[in-house]
Design a protein around this ligand. Structure first.
Ligand SMILES: [Zn+2]
Length: 213
């Protein structure tokens, strides 16, 4: 499962095969390989109470399907918990693009969770320098995810990777709008629902103010 993200002559390259068994599982798909991170985040769907990674086995199956772990790899309870936490830490990181600041606690949690990720700098057979996901098992998974984000930052696609501002949704989506002003995974569904909720809250607040006079 090679993963080499590198650069040569100032140009971005994906030297070897990144995991590509992605499928469309969310709104506004991000370009590969960032799409894999999107799919990871969208394994949890708040709106429909759907959790694809509901057990250690489910996480192991998902990771092996994405070619991030070998098919017979074992994910124990601790790793499963770490996997779910890593998913939410990535969501918190991406929410930064949606106008919400990362808290100091979220930064600390992210660093602790991804502490085991340790990409290596390697020279490929074709003489190109790049970063590879090193190690085995879970550290390698973390390295893969982190390298994908790192590459997205480098090629400037990461800031378009957003989390829907509807708290009852929070799906990851890719904002391909010209001015990068997207807030919702679906403007009709989530945007309208959010605005209707705001109107209700404003009306309730006015009613309470009126009752207090
Ligand atoms: Zn949404």
């Amino acid at each position: 499962m090679p993963c080499l993200l590198g650069w040569a002559h100032g140009a971005s390259i994906v030297e070897e095969a990144m995991p590509r068994r992605t499928s469309h599982r969310g709104p506004h798909p991000a370009p590969d390989p960032l799409r894999l991170v999107q799919e990871f985040l969208n394994t949890r769907r708040i709106e429909t109470h759907t959790e694809e990674l509901a057990s250690p086995r489910a996480l192991a199956d998902w990771l092996s399907h994405q070619q991030l772990l070998w098919p017979d790899a074992v994910v124990d309870e601790t790793l499963w918990q770490q996997g779910l936490a890593a998913r939410e830490a990535l969501r918190a990181l991406a929410r930064h693009h949606s106008g919400r600041r990362l808290t100091a606690e979220e930064v600390k949690v992210f660093q602790e969770l991804f502490d085991e990720a340790s990409p290596d700098l390697r020279l490929s057979a074709t003489g190109k320098l790049g970063l590879v996901a090193s190690g085995n098992g879970w550290p390698r998974v973390l390295s893969h995810l982190l390298l994908i984000v790192f590459e997205a930052v480098r090629v400037d696609t990461w800031r378009r990777f957003k989390i829907c501002r509807n708290e009852g949704c929070q799906l990851a989506f890719y904002d391909s709008s010209t001015n990068q002003s997207g807030k919702w995974c679906n403007a009709k569904a989530c945007g309208n629902r959010f605005n209707a909720g705001n109107t209700r809250r404003r009306r309730a607040w006015r009613d309470r103010q009126g009752a207090g006079r």
